[in-house]
Design a protein around this ligand. Structure first.
Ligand code: DX5
Ligand code: ZN
Length: 216
């Protein structure tokens, strides 16, 4: 997989015009499409589930990047892969048997990512880094779009990069939350490979142009 990728978050799209927004992303320089699934238990918000995944798969040409903010994700990962997820990321904080869940995702035919909340240290990944395809660092507390970027993330990117290198891992680093034109180039510079952007893209006058600018 190449680096310096943008994964616009569907959470900030216009749900009355989902087909239009997904097609707009198809025409843009976006690389992935980030799908935020929230259950009202792991996070204090409910977003959407399988019916929306169906629409996403029907219209999107992009690599589907599913971020599960749900308890007991192991119950649903196979279904998300069956519905077209190319990558499924699960929270470290939501998985009692993370190793087993990562195996299950990969066995189902998708790439597997592990997500860390802002307060979870990178060192918790020491015994799983070898097998994951991606580390997703939350740069806001998960649950809502449009929040302020937490600057401690820069340090965590550097720590994740070190962990990846010292384990000869090929994992990508993705950053999610509060990404905008002010921090995107620095995030790529310190080692991020993929940036999720919701509010920055969908509140822009020209979302496709914003995606281009975030890559510079
Ligand atoms: C937050 C979600 C994010 C969110 C990002 O819980 O995981 O993916 O949509 O939105 P922005 O870019 O608006 O912070
Ligand atoms: Zn997300």
């Amino acid at each position: 997989m190449k680096t310096k990728l943008i994964s616009p978050s569907l959470l900030s799209a216009d749900f009355g015009n989902l087909e239009r927004d997904i097609k707009m992303l198809n025409e843009s320089q976006s690389d992935w499409l980030h799908v935020d699934v929230m259950d009202g238990r792991f996070v204090p918000n409910i977003s959407f589930g399988f019916p929306v995944m169906k629409t996403v798969k029907e219209y999107s040409d992009k690599f589907i990047d599913v971020h599960l903010m749900i308890v007991e994700p192991e119950k649903y990962v196979e279904e998300f892969v069956a519905q077209g997820a190319d990558l499924v990321s699960v929270h470290y904080e939501a998985c009692t048997h993370l190793h087993r869940t990562i195996q299950l995702i990969q066995k189902s035919g998708a790439k597997a990512g592990v997500v860390l909340n802002p307060a979870t240290p990178v060192l918790m990944l020491e015994d799983i880094i070898e097998m994951v395809d991606l580390v997703l660092l939350m740069s806001v507390n998960p649950g809502f779009g449009g929040q302020k970027f937490i600057k401690n993330t820069y340090k965590k990117i550097a720590e994740t990069k070190d962990l990846i290198i010292s384990n000869n891992s090929t994992a990508l680093i993705e950053v999610d939350g509060g990404v905008n034109l002010e921090n995107a180039s620095k995030l790529f510079e310190v080692g991020a490979d993929v940036l999720v952007a919701g509010n920055a893209v969908f509140s822009a006058d020209d979302p496709a142009k914003m995606i281009e600018l975030l890559k510079i």
